[in-house]
Design a protein around this ligand. Structure first.
Ligand code: GDG
Length: 455
């Protein structure tokens, strides 16, 4: 086997970034490592297929090699909409009440990992290092090991790791730790998640710490560490500087804008945010027409029932608040259930006096970092950040709030609106430094430096 510096990187994620010019932080971060090592990115093609091929499809013409696999509708429903997004996602976000335990989901989840492993094996080389992304693919290392693959395999979890009480609600807690034990490196977003993993593994599995980052799990030795993900900060800063001013409502009424940008997911705390804003308008009538709230919430996972519910709840609440407070010149909430191009988002962040990032649970939350990167350093806005976003572990100069407490959030909004320019600049400078230093390339190189055989 060749040395690890010349090893080839193989990234596997649920979705393959496709298109001629795939963008996004993760792609940018991995592009250099993939390009320099002649690497490969493997993922789902995106559309369920009636006759899934028994080989990976090559997508030529990119800056790195991309190979996609097909999934049947049945596999997609059980593995993706089922076990990944109706069992694991709610569980990892503290919503065991929304979790659906269906034997076919778990079977499909295991079956798809086995299928991906089968498709991958003919493409693998002795000098590969494999980096598996996220909760959709927990069993992949075990499936590859079963097929004789012995190269280093790492996993990075983008979402929170559940504590022991939540893990115990899974249909298969001990299998989860078995799956994880086949990796050489487990990466988490925050110390909180690493701590939850250790506690859960101790209680529900065979676990022993060895030294600083080495552990024994289910009879195997591996590493575990914290690698907080970042954004492509320099690109985002440049994009926001060039963006046109799109906030026409401000020119009409002079109202300062608060912005939220989230996939419409129940973990993001959007209704709680709306209620806090309602409380602000109720208790501070002087702010009527002085502040507006733009919530961009593109659709996601519409096939899962809990997502249809959150859409209804959010639309209903926005309608009620608008009905109660709107004037002829001003609408308190603009709720837009559609995606916008990145460059437009960058400009909107820059024009917003307040960035509202108030999830009830979140692995990291990149919007918090994008909002900071987009600000005008001479006249920056204020980030209001939930203590339950992974980002709160490092972004301590934001106004940190409890998203379950509408009064505390309304007070933070009022405080942000009244904050002096000196304090806004001080807080923003500290936040921006972190966003720039710990960007997405920093994240991927720290992780890949540690992805090597354990012995
Ligand atoms: C998972 C974890 C973790 C949103 N609306 C539009 C749009 N977006 C972009 C944002 C941001 C990204 O999507 C969302 O990232 P988040 O980090 O906020 O949240 P998740 O999608 O839940 O991501 C999370 C992340 O993985 C990375 O590890 O931070 O905790 O849950 O970049 O800007 N982009 C465009 N139009 C939109 O309308 N172009």
């Amino acid at each position: 086997m060749t040395s690890q510096t010349s090893s080839r990187l193989v990234v596997v994620s649920n979705r393959l970034p496709l298109g001629d010019n795939p963008s996004g932080g993760l792609v940018v971060a991995l592009e250099d490592a993939l390009g320099a090592s002649g690497g490969v990115w493997i993922g789902f093609s995106g559309q369920p297929s009636e006759a899934p091929a028994d080989h990976l499809h090559d997508h030529p013409g990119a800056r790195f090699r991309r190979l996609s696999f097909d999934l049947s509708q049945e596999d997609h429903d059980s593995y993706y909409a089922g076990y990944s997004n109706s069992t694991l996602w709610p569980l990892c976000h503290g919503r065991a009440d929304l979790m659906r335990i269906v034997p076919e989901y778990l079977e499909g989840y295991r079956r798809v990992a086995g299928r991906i492993a089968d498709l991958m094996v003919p493409h693998l080389r002795q000098d590969d290092r494999i980096w598996v992304q996220d909760y959709q693919l927990f069993p992949l290392a075990a499936a590859l090991r079963e097929r004789g693959v012995s190269v280093p395999i790492g996993h990075f979890l983008h979402i929170p790791f559940p504590g022991p009480a939540d893990c115990a609600a899974l249909p298969n807690p001990s299998e989860l730790f078995q799956w994880l034990s086949h990796y050489d490196l487990l990466g988490f977003q925050t110390r909180r998640d690493l701590g939850a993993f250790v506690q859960s593994a101790r209680q529900l599995s065979q676990f022993q710490p060895i030294d600083r980052d080495m552990i024994r799990l289910c009879g195997r030795t591996l590493r575990a560490g914290v690698f907080p993900i970042g954004i492509d900060a320099s690109a985002f800063i440049a994009e926001a500087r060039q963006a046109p001013d799109e906030d026409r409502m401000r020119s009409l009424t002079g109202a300062r804008m608060m912005i939220g940008v989230d996939r419409l997911d129940y973990s993001k705390g959007i209704p709680q945010r709306f209620r806090a804003y309602q409380m602000l308008l109720d208790t501070r009538p002087d702010l009527i027409e002085q502040v507006s709230f733009l919530q961009i919430a593109p659709p996601t996972r519409g096939e899962v029932e809990a997502y249809q519910d959150i859409r209804e709840e959010t639309e209903h609440l926005a309608g009620r608040i608008n009905g109660q407070f709107a004037t002829l010149n001003w609408t308190p909430i603009r709720f837009i259930h559609r995606p916008f191009p990145r460059a437009v988002l960058a400009g909107l962040y820059r024009q917003a006096r307040i960035g509202l990032v108030t999830p009830l649970a979140d692995g990291m939350n990149l919007v918090a970092k994008e909002y900071v990167a987009a600000q005008d350093v001479a006249d920056p806005g204020v980030l209001i950040l939930s203590r339950f976003a992974g980002a709160a572990e490092t972004m301590t100069d934001a106004l940190i709030v409890n998203p379950h407490d509408p009064q505390e959030m309304a007070e933070a909004m009022a405080e942000a609106l009244a904050m002096s320019s000196v304090e806004r600049r001080r807080r923003h400078a500290a936040l921006l430094q972190g966003v720039i230093e710990q960007d997405v390339s920093w994240w991927s190189s720290r992780y890949l430096d540690r992805l090597r055989p354990v012995q």
